[in-house]
Design a protein around this ligand. Structure first.
Ligand code: ADP
Ligand code: ASP
Ligand code: MG
Length: 472
């Protein structure tokens, strides 16, 4: 049986037209003899709005929170009504879900506190409802969908908002609950992002986590492919929102894609690659608005490429912390003490750079910074600054090539660089700049490195068409 996991992001299910298109894409896979498992995100922007409702409620704005919920109720009802001839049952279900959401919001407004656990419960409504609407819309369009509550399959630990999946239990649950549906010719449809701990309490896999759900399910069922359907033609040479000349990367290695995702390319959740690597399952990134495009294929061994880099990622809203200690630095155990403090605050560090007297680190958690700085200042002088961006250039072909760093920094010679890192993975070159310089840096680097792209790896045809269109 050829199982394919198809994950559709928020924009792929944003409105009735998008959901209908999604049904057509899934039907196309069935016509090819494939057995899809469908993972869907919440309708576009719903997660943000649910989070806003939760924090409004917890800060005492009961009316504001309920108004957001009421707008979301209307949007989901309208979507279901536009998609279904007989929408009675699903509208009742939507109303029940929003009634319980409203109850939670009223509770939050009474106790004036939002815990990570309740935040996960509130955001879970997005995927719980979208997956129901999508399953019903599929059935009406001839796709035999069976709704599955993702929380019965994806079991995690209890780290709310960024829970860690428990692979062995997920494998077992997927075999018990998804495999039989596939054998009956059904298409399981489940929400991404949401999960539960072993006691059945709702958790989530972190923002953008639906990709991760898709990969976990793909890994558990040893799928033939994991398809990530989104709103761009695949992994591009940079975020197309930053530089309109971005090119589609046709093929990229697991390692390169993981590095890009970790360093900010939002197109893929950073953990997506892991389950696929374990079982060597290809991951495809595809465009639900342009489904005939071949997208990006992520595989274990990427072909050799003439250009040193495959893509440029940017992570914004970072802070740099400088720890200066003239006496103690480089004494035994000093760095581990510093890292122990970040560990205590559960704050991951992105980049580190040391000198004789100081250590600079970058983190993406602004709220934890004052507490971390207070702890660090017991050991050294501490300064921190926000509004920084990390630019990360990724490509397997920089290994062993000389002169690449000189080309990178020549391309951005007009921009002030705060920290530089290369070497950790041998396939990335990263540096830290002011956030306001990020767009300019990406455009300059793109011009420097993607003028003559290798047609084996990049969609050069699309670039030619774009050039023709802009010159005519
Ligand atoms: P979805 O809702 O489908 O999960 P996301 O918004 O999470 O979609 O991810 C898709 C977005 O990722 C694109 O619209 C694009 O702006 C952004 N993006 C960032 N870097 C890249 C890149 N290198 N290639 C493609 N898209 C990128
Ligand atoms: N809906 C969730 C989010 O917006 C998960 C996802 O879409 O991947 O973060
Ligand atoms: Mg996403």
């Amino acid at each position: 049986m050829s199982v394919v996991v198809m994950k559709f992001g928020g924009t792929s299910v944003e409105d009735p037209a998008a959901i209908s298109r999604t049904a057509g894409i899934v039907a196309g896979r069935i016509a090819l003899g494939k057995h899809p498992v469908v993972v869907v995100s919440a309708l576009a922007k719903v997660t943000d709005q649910l989070l806003r409702a939760a924090s409004a409620a917890a800060s005492g704005d009961r009316t504001g929170a309920l108004a957001i919920s009421s707008r979301l109720r209307c949007r989901h009802r309208d979507t279901a009504c536009a998609l279904l001839k007989d929408s009675g049952a699903i509208v009742t279900l939507i109303d029940q879900k929003f009634d319980s959401l409203d109850e939670i919001l009223r509770g939050l407004a009474a106790i004036l506190e939002l815990t990570p656990r309740i935040s996960d419960l509130v955001v879970s409504f997005g995927e719980r409802i979208s997956s129901r609407i999508v399953a019903a819309a599929f059935r009406e369009r001839g796709v035999e969908a069976a709704h599955v509550d993702a929380r019965d399959i994806i079991v995690t630990d209890s780290q709310f908002q960024k829970a860690i999946p428990q692979d062995a239990i997920i494998d077992k649950r997927a075999q018990e609950k998804l495999r039989p549906l596939l054998e009956q010719g059904k298409v399981p449809v489940m929400g991404g992002f949401i999960a539960s701990n072993i006691d059945g309490i709702t958790t989530t896999l972190g923002r953008g986590g639906s990709d991760f759900t898709g990969a976990l399910v793909g890994g558990a069922l040893t799928a033939d492919a994991i398809e990530i359907w989104t709103d761009v033609d695949g992994i591009m040479t940079c975020d197309p929102r930053m530089c309109s000349e971005a090119l589609r990367v046709k093929v990229i290695s697991f390692e390169e894609a993981a590095e890009l995702a970790y360093f900010g390319a939002k197109v893929l959740h950073p953990a997506t690659i892991l389950p696929a690597v374990k079982k060597n399952i290809p991951v495809l990134v595809l465009n639900s608005k342009n489904p005939t495009n071949e997208g990006t294929r992520i595989i274990s061994l990427a072909p050799h490429c003439k250009s040193p880099f495959k893509s440029i990622a940017v992570k914004k809203k970072l802070s740099i912390i400088d720890v200066v200690a003239s006496r103690m630095l480089m004494t035994h155990g000093y760095l581990s003490e510093i890292f122990a403090i970040f560990d205590k605050h559960q704050c991951p560090v992105d980049m580190v750079s040391t000198s004789e007297v100081s250590v600079s680190l970058t983190v993406d958690s602004n709220e934890k910074l004052p507490a971390i700085a207070a702890d660090l200042s017991k050991h050294a002088d501490v300064k921190y600054e926000g509004k920084k961006a990390l630019v990360c250039m990724v490509g397997e072909d920089i290994r062993g090539q000389s002169g690449i760093a000189a080309q990178v920094f020549a391309a951005i010679r007009h921009i002030n660089v705060r920290m530089i890192s290369q070497g950790a993975s041998e396939i990335n070159m990263s540096f830290m700049i002011e956030e306001e310089d990020a767009e300019e840096a990406v455009r300059s680097l793109h011009t420097a490195f993607f003028q003559n792209p290798d047609p084996l790896v990049f969609d050069v045809e699309a670039q030619k068409k774009q050039l023709l269109a802009s010159s005519s």
